[in-house]
Structure formats: C-alpha cells, structure tokens
Design a protein around this ligand. Structure first.
Ligand SMILES: [Zn+2]
Length: 386
C-alpha cells in the first residue's frame, strides 16, 4: 500500500522522534549542535538507497540533502525544504523541558519547525525503507540558518528550487483548520544613518545639526508609508544615537523592517528607501539594505498546486484550507525561482518564537499522511503540474 489515511498511521513513534529532535538544542548560532542533529538524521538513513549530501557548516549551520531516486522514477524532483535551527538558546530546554498537556506537546522549536522537518525526513525514510518507487525523485533538504536569514543555505535553496518540479515547505500551519500557506509577504531590511554636527546644547546649540532629529523625521515619514489595505508595512524596530543630554547628537541610526505583498511593490519601495535624503540642512543621510526575501505570491501555478493538494487531502479524509502570512520562510526564496511552492505543511499548534510554543498532537498523523500522499500520488502530481 502506498497512500495511507491518517488513521492508518501510528502517531506514537513519530511523536517520539519529534521529541528526540527537540531534545538536541539547535540555536542558529551553534553550527556544531546543528551538525549534531544532522548527524543523527543522516545515521537513520544508513543502509537505505538514499543519497546523502552534507554541506559542511561554516560559521553558520550546515545542510543535509537527502535524495531518493530509485530506478523507475524520473523527471524533476519533488523537494521538501525545512530548517532545523531554532530561535532558542542552549539552556532553554533545561528551563522549559518538553511537556505534554492533553493534546498539546510543548517544547522549544517544536512548532517552528522541528515537527515539520522531522516528519518530512521520516516520511522519505519510510518510503525508501518500504522500497516504494515514487513517480518522481524525492528530495528533503534540511538547513540550519533560516532563523537568521538563510545566508549560508540560500544558494543551495535557490539551485534546488530551480531544478525541482515543486517545493514543499513543512513550516507551521495555522488555525484550528491547520491551513497551509499559499502566499507570504516579501521582507526588506534597511539601516538608516544620519550624520549631523555636534555642538554644546548650552553654548552653541544653533551651530549643531541633530542627527536624532533627522532620524525622528525619517521615522515619521517612513512609517507613514504603511498602507494596511495593501498589506504594505514599515516598522522601525531599533533606534540609537547621541552621547549625552547636553550634546547636540552628531550620529543616529534606525533599523527598518518592510513587508510587501507583490514583488513589484517590494522593489519600488526598496528603491525609494535607498534614495532617501535628509530633511534637515547640513545633515547627511546614508541608507543601506534591500529586499532580503521577495514575496511568495499566489500565482496560477501555486493555486493549481494548492487545489491538487486539497483534493488529495480530501481523498484521504481531511479537508484543507489555505491562508496567507506576513512572516517569511525559505518558501519565499524557492518561489522566487519560479517553481510552484506550497508552504505551511507542518503540524498545527501555536506559540512560534514564544514561551508557549507547542504542536497539536492530533495533527501529526494527518500531516504525515498528507506529505506521504504528495510524495507518492500520481494523480496529485498530474493535477498539480498540469
Ligand atoms: Zn520556521
């Protein structure tokens, strides 16, 4: 039997494996620990006909690519991409161990996104262990620096996405109906630096040019561009400047976060940011930054992939909803290569990046069943790829 309904999948061993992944703490800043988890994952594939490629860690985490392409499958691969790094420092687990309360399993990094990445790797492992020949080569890429911008893994993500038929992202799903994600805003980051002129606040105030005053005007102007209807937002999240109360500040800076729904708008707004000049006389403004992740747009190909997934999911007894998100993922990078992407395929739960981070255990078997179906169903593939 190739396809499985959720009730045919025993969640207990999957949950046990997810716990093991969470027990190895993997903050993005610790490539050695990320490597330790990837070693463990790789070891589970020992003896199976799955190609394993390690991209070694530098000062950032390394990556592991698993590829299962037995004789009989052909064409561009179905590639699942998940990160194994978390935002939680070493020691979080000691303070906040894994705890089950009813149907909820709490643990640092469990929802974003160890549960999803673990299910993807384990689904691939089981398919290979059962000797099933999938219609397409199957790949699972595990990365270790998503939470800090994917600088180390970006080139690999982009290359694999460009070569693949579709990219599946088991990031957390949302809401009581565990909706998958079919659009994400793009994300830009900017640094504004104002250079004014220092002066004595009592002696010669009017000879000074306040860099803080300049940055304040910039903040009002930049945040004023936020357009809730269009989903365009600006947030100045950090400001710094000045030295002492009695000195006109010569230097000040602000860090800006921008979100936009379409690539065209993200690019236009980024160009506007970089072209900004000072309001005040004798003040110089320097702007650096740009679009870090382009929007993941709900293109016709994404809509078709979702529709095929929804029908597959229903045939396995699970209705499927979709949602768009403001937060970015590596799905943004994959989508920018023009490959259809479906995101939010991980477990349901809540509390991403928060103290109450948890998964909903009732979603483990359904998500495992859906991932398996997407990797194996010929009908799904035919429908999704048109
Ligand atoms: Zn994530």
């Amino acid at each position: 039997m190739t396809l499985l309904r959720p009730e045919q999948i025993d969640a207990a061993p999957l949950v046990a494996l997810i716990r093991e992944w969470v027990e190895i703490e993997t903050p993005s800043e610790r490539p050695d620990l990320i490597d330790a988890l990837l070693d463990k994952v790789e070891a589970a594939f020992e003896g199976l006909p799955v190609e394993r490629t390690r991209f070694p860690a530098t000062e950032r985490g390394g990556q592991l690519l698993l590829r299962y392409a037995p004789e009989g499958c052909e064409g561009p691969a179905i590639t699942t991409m998940g990160h194994v790094d978390t935002v939680w420092a070493v020691g979080t687990l000691a303070r906040r161990p894994i705890v089950q309360e009813g149907e909820r399993l709490f643990g640092p990094g469990i929802f974003d996104m160890k549960a999803g990445s673990c299910l993807a790797a384990e689904t691939l492992r089981r398919i290979a262990a059962e000797g099933i020949v999938p219609p397409r080569p199957l790949q699972v890429l595990l990365t270790g620096d998503e939470e800090i911008g994917s600088d180390a893994s970006r080139a690999l993500i982009e290359r694999l996405a460009a070569e693949s038929a579709m990219v599946l992202i088991p990031e957390p799903s949302f809401g009581p109906d565990i909706a998958v994600v079919t659009a994400r805003k793009g994300w830009g980051r900017f640094v504004l630096r104002a250079h004014g002129r220092a002066a004595h606040a009592g002696g010669n105030l009017f000879d000074g040019r306040s860099a803080i005053h300049e940055i304040a005007r910039q903040i009002i102007d930049i945040e004023g561009r936020t357009d809730r209807e269009r989903g365009l937002t600006f947030n100045v999240g950090v400001v710094a400047g000045g030295t002492r109360p009695n000195v006109v500040p010569a230097e000040a800076e602000a860090l800006v976060d921008m979100r936009a729904v379409t690539t065209a708008e993200a690019e236009a707004e980024a160009a506007g940011m970089l072209a900004r000049t000072a309001f005040g006389p004798d003040v110089r403004l320097e702007v650096s930054g740009g679009v870090n992740r382009p929007p993941y747009e709900r293109t016709a190909a994404v809509a078709r992939l979702f529709e095929a997934t929804r029908r597959l999911s229903e045939s396995l007894g699970m209705p499927l909803a979709e949602i768009s998100r403001g937060g970015v993922s590596d799905g943004n990078l994959a989508a920018a290569m023009g490959t259809p992407v479906l995101d939010g395929l991980g477990c349901g739960g809540g509390g991403a990046h928060a103290e109450d981070e948890h998964i909903d255990l009732s979603t483990v078997a359904p998500r495992a069943a859906l991932m398996r179906g997407m990797m194996l169903s010929e009908d799904f593939l035919a429908e999704a790829l048109g």
